[in-house]
Design a protein around this ligand. Structure first.
Ligand SMILES: *[C@@H]1O[C@H](CO)[C@@H](O)[C@H](O)[C@H]1NC(C)=O
Ligand SMILES: *[C@@H]1O[C@H](CO)[C@@H](O)[C@H](O)[C@H]1NC(C)=O
Ligand SMILES: *[C@@H]1O[C@H](CO)[C@@H](O)[C@H](O)[C@H]1NC(C)=O
Length: 490
């Protein structure tokens, strides 16, 4: 009898700890590229040229030792690179060879468990990047020795070879292989129930072994859609998929098959709007903000779960397109406050400017982990106000962000009680007074601009007249909601 009770308690505990979509909605995610974040020795001088495409020595211990740096920016979760064993020099983690062993370059199983425990002690979540689409092979497709793959060692566990090309249709994307020579990615036959069953067992064991709270799923568009619901269910935690495609009608419907997708359509809009080209138009963001709702019938079920980002390890960083600091500050304010789950990639806080992959994979340690950089503080303020309001006001996260008003270069958003004024005028935007439209404050109430701690008084019609300066964004919150924030002296 006693063991039955014990079993029930264990089950109950696991159930309670597993982080689902509702638990993730309030989170703010910092993307760690494990090989390039922190070394165990804490070195800030170790040489790392992204062009070389080789390991630079980042580890899970290194991350654990630097959690203050991440948490003090207001992040409540981290996403780390795939943890599985890899072919030589696959420092990014996307060429795996053994799903059941960890990448020893990043540390041991106990190092990973220790990182997970350290995060949980801080009430932070661990999101692990996982790759259900393929394995890796250092050679051409016709030289693969399937016997080397633990648990997936039959040729029939994989699709017959054909190569994914830019012309591939959806069937080709799902059934053909990424890569050809000299690195190829044997493609799991995930529509085969036997293979799917083994994948389900694997993800379940991975999540429980390392107490994982969420998954970032790689190469989603290369896997049959029907694979995902049972797989994510087996994982039992929040699933956020990478569907690297800007077309809203293609990407958003994947939310029918998993909790969330990374918001690639919005990534393209943010990049177009804030890269300092005359053609950038705020209406681009407005159009994208409505796109999930427009694709609701096709499966886009909840825009507040989409992962909003504008940099990652696969894309050129925004500062590689513009050195205008104000534009980047606006893009960050939009990313953190537009209503999705913010995902900020390591190095954004240091204004890193690497170009497209592998340029955007700079080692963070060369920044010296400075907490004095202007964007470190900017991100911290934005996370802090979002964390504060989402903790104190349950309705904040679920409410739809409203476009209060917009022109081609100024966008005013309302997600009460936070109002945001964004502009892509850039540093040369000048100094002028801007009277808001549609902000709906209470007449006469004091409103605090939390990035600069300026106070304004709302007019009889609930608007404020703010001092625009050098194209900086404004984040406005009624004074009455600032209590206990620790911001601006409240
Ligand atoms: C997809 O492309 C393959 C060739 O790569 C072709 O055989 C197949 O008919 C195409 N399917 C559709 C639906 O167009
Ligand atoms: C591919 O691998 C073969 C055999 O290992 C080698 O001879 C060839 O040079 C490699 N090609 C490239 C482009 O690396
Ligand atoms: C911005 O887009 C809106 C809506 O498409 C359009 O009416 C406006 O003319 C555009 N502004 C500029 C400066 O092109």
């Amino acid at each position: 009898m006693w063991f039955l009770r014990l079993f029930a308690i264990v089950l109950f505990t696991v159930e309670c700890l597993a982080a689902r979509a509702a638990d993730w909605r309030s989170r703010s995610i910092y993307q760690v590229f494990t090989d390039r974040f922190a070394r165990t020795d804490g070195s800030t001088t170790h040489d790392c040229d992204p062009k070389n495409n080789i390991y630079c020595g980042g580890t899970w211990k290194g991350i654990e030792n630097k959690l203050d740096y991440i948490q003090n920016m207001g992040f409540t979760a981290i996403w780390i690179s795939p943890i599985t064993a890899q072919i030589n020099q696959a420092y990014h983690g996307y060429y795996q060879t053994d799903l059941y062993s960890v990448n020893s370059n990043f540390g041991s199983e106990s190092d990973l468990k220790s990182l997970s425990a350290a995060l949980h002690k801080r009430k932070m979540y661990l999101m692990v990047d996982v790759v259900p689409n393929h394995m890796g092979w250092a050679g051409c497709h016709n030289t693969v020795d399937y016997r080397r793959y633990k648990n997936f060692n039959r040729i029939t566990d994989f699709h017959n070879y054909c190569e994914v090309t830019p012309e591939s249709n959806q069937t080709g994307l799902e059934k053909c292989w990424l890569g050809n020579c000299n690195i190829t990615m044997p493609d799991f036959r995930t529509e085969d129930p036997a293979v799917a069953g083994k994948m389900n067992a694997w993800i379940k064991s991975l999540v429980s072994k390392y107490s994982v709270d969420g998954l970032r799923i790689d190469s989603v568009k290369n896997v049959n859609k029907e694979f995902f619901p049972p797989w994510c269910n087996s994982a039992g935690v929040f699933c956020m998929g990478e569907v690297s495609e800007g077309k809203a009608t293609y990407t958003y419907p994947y939310q029918k098959y998993m909790d969330s997708v990374l918001d690639y359509p919005m990534y393209y809009a943010i990049t177009r709007v804030f890269q300092g080209q005359k053609s950038g138009n705020m209406s681009d963001l407005v159009v994208n903000m409505a796109a999930c709702t427009q694709n609701a019938a096709q499966g886009c079920k909840d825009s507040s779960l989409l992962g909003t980002f504008f940099e990652n390890h696969d894309q050129a960083r925004l500062p590689s397109l513009t050195n205008d600091m104000s534009l980047v500050k606006n893009a960050l304010a939009f990313t953190i406050l537009n209503g999705g789950i913010p995902v900020i990639y390591q190095g954004q806080e240091q204004h890193y400017a690497g170009g497209k992959d592998p340029g955007c994979r700079e080692a963070l340690w060369s920044s010296g982990y400075s907490t004095q950089s202007p964007l470190y503080a900017h991100i911290a303020y934005l996370n802090q106000i979002r964390n504060l309001i989402s903790t104190k006001q349950a309705s904040y996260l679920g409410s739809q962000t409203k476009v209060a008003s917009y022109t081609s270069d100024v966008l005013q958003l309302r997600k009460d009680p936070i109002r945001t004024i964004l502009t892509n005028q850039g540093e040369s935007g000048g100094t002028y007074t801007w009277t808001t439209q549609g902000m709906g404050f209470k007449a006469g109430e004091t409103v605090v601009e939390v990035l600069r701690c300026t106070k304004y008084t709302a007019s009889g019609s609930g608007e404020v007249s703010v001092g625009m300066q050098g194209g900086l964004p404004h984040v406005l919150v009624p004074e009455g909601r600032m209590g206990g924030s620790g911001m601006c002296g409240y």
